[in-house]
Design a protein around this ligand. Structure first.
Ligand code: HEC
Length: 139
């Protein structure tokens, strides 16, 4: 019995360590926000930012011919974590066209709750060290 429990515990522990997504525990958002955000992301954002926000181009730091930049990955591998939540909200609402970029604005399509859910989903893809760096830098 005891051995069985120990083995079960080991299996459970190692599973939770290998399943990296979604990250919710100890963060500002809930699992329900993450799942709403994922649905919104797959409808509105995936065409540019790629599946699981991994990005669609190899080098997002390389400007295009017109001087604008390709859509970056939002999954924690690029620099999204440098921005406080309010500037992430601002980018999603207003896009980047006004500042010479390509991202369309979403303020007419998405309400505040939906924008929060999108940020929750994006951040649920970030490893703990990236989330913690974002938190200590921006809050
Ligand atoms: C038509 C392509 C396109 C779509 C659709 C799009 N984006 Fe973007 N996004 C971009 C580009 C390109 C940039 C880089 C800035 C620019 O050019 O405007 C960007 C930048 C961003 C940034 C800033 C990232 C950073 O690291 O600074 C965030 C956050 C973001 N997008 C979120 C979203 C979300 C959420 C959606 C869906 C609601 C979305 N984007 C839809 C193209 C797109």
């Amino acid at each position: 019995m005891l051995l069985g429990s120990i083995i079960l515990l080991i299996v459970i522990t190692s599973c939770s360590e290998t399943s990296k997504e979604p990250k919710v525990s100890g963060r500002w958002y809930t699992e329900s926000q993450v799942s709403k955000g994922q649905t919104l992301f797959d409808v509105n954002c995936v065409s540019c930012h790629g599946v699981k926000a991994r990005g669609t181009v190899r080098n997002w730091k390389e400007p295009l011919e017109d001087g604008s930049y390709p859509p970056p990955p939002l999954n924690g591998t690029a620099h999204t974590w440098h921005h406080p939540k309010k500037s992430l909200v601002h980018t999603i609402n207003n896009g980047g066209i006004a500042i010479g970029g390509k991202m369309p604005e979403f303020k007419d399509q998405l309400n505040n709750e939906q924008v929060d859910a999108l940020i929750a989903y994006i951040q649920s893809l970030w490893p703990d060290e990236i989330y913690e760096a974002w938190e200590s830098r921006n809050n």
